[in-house]
Design a protein around this ligand. Structure first.
Ligand SMILES: [Zn+2]
Length: 67
């Protein structure tokens, strides 16, 4: 039962992937947006949980002053 469900999901995903028609430009824009959001969050976010976790990384890059 569960395996059949997974197979159905896999077939549905494969069909969607094969019929989804996105141009290379759109893919590039989506990828760059995601990369930009992630880099901005990691390097410039002041949200304490994110900031504290990446604090040492920020200082090791020696180009992002935070204090
Ligand atoms: Zn700092």
């Amino acid at each position: 039962m569960n395996k059949d469900h997974l197979t159905t999901q896999a077939k549905r995903h494969a069909k969607l992937t094969l019929t989804l028609n996105i141009s290379a430009l759109s893919k590039a824009v989506i990828l760059l947006a995601i990369v930009g959001i992630v880099l901005y969050t990691v390097l410039f976010s002041t949200y304490p949980a994110v900031h504290d976790f990446f604090h040492e990384l920020r200082h090791s890059l020696m180009m992002i002053p935070c204090h």
